[in-house]
Design a protein around this ligand. Structure first.
Ligand SMILES: [Zn+2]
Length: 219
């Protein structure tokens, strides 16, 4: 996530989402939890959940989230449409990156859908000069200079997916080694051997299972 987004956050609520992925688009893919169980748990049940994800990840600040939340109670259908679009995009993002993590070919439909959102994001992005001072200067794509609407959270996420897909970090996209979890994350560890989304949650559980299986054998 660009630092510009992080700096904007004025937080007054505790975070609701576990952001372990190291990439905005992958954290977003993980908002459908327990995928392998066959009974996945939807963490984006209402538009408010999407707004809160945007707050937790620094896409929007608390005041913007509050305004969107209020508006979502009035313009129920428009908010629902944005949520449906977000979920469609999320499933495309997930399908694309799961394929990459498993070294399989990327499903064409998912890539087509993701491309549509990436194009949508490009329409909402602005080039903004950063470090605009003496000498050194460059530009960044930013989304936060525009009026906020229900779709606003989607664009930085689409952008994040596009950036990751075109970056040299792509080979380090992983799915959590826990069969019950399979959350996506970007392995930025030094030796690129991270296997678990979260060592305390999934790593230890797997360790415990291995330990337990050994105990049973040695009896
Ligand atoms: Zn996990």
């Amino acid at each position: 996530m660009p630092n510009s987004l992080k700096q904007k956050v004025a937080r007054r609520r505790p975070p609701r989402f576990e952001l372990i992925a190291g990439a905005l688009c992958l954290d977003f893919a993980n908002t459908l939890d327990d995928r392998p169980s066959g009974k996945p748990q939807e963490l984006l049940k209402h538009y408010v959940d999407l707004a809160r994800f945007a707050e937790d990840t620094g896409i929007l600040d608390t005041a913007q989230v509050d305004r969107l939340t209020e508006r979502s109670y009035v313009s129920v259908e428009a908010a629902q449409r944005a949520l449906s679009a977000a979920i469609e995009m999320r499933e495309a993002v997930n399908a694309v990156f799961v394929a990459i993590a498993n070294k399989k070919s990327v499903p064409a439909t998912a890539l087509m859908i993701l491309n549509q959102y990436v194009q949508g994001a490009a329409q909402h992005a602005q080039l903004v000069p950063v470090n605009w001072g003496k000498g050194a200067s460059r530009f960044e794509w930013r989304f936060n200079g525009l009026p906020v609407n229900f779709e606003t959270p989607l664009w930085p996420i689409a952008r994040s997916a596009a950036e990751l897909l075109t970056s040299d970090q792509l080979p380090f996209v992983r799915a959590c080694a826990s069969k019950a979890c399979q959350w996506l994350f970007l392995d930025v560890s030094k030796n690129h051997r991270r296997r678990w989304c979260d060592m305390t949650k999934c790593g230890n559980r797997a360790k415990f299972q291995r330990f337990y299986a050994k105990q049973m054998k040695s009896r």
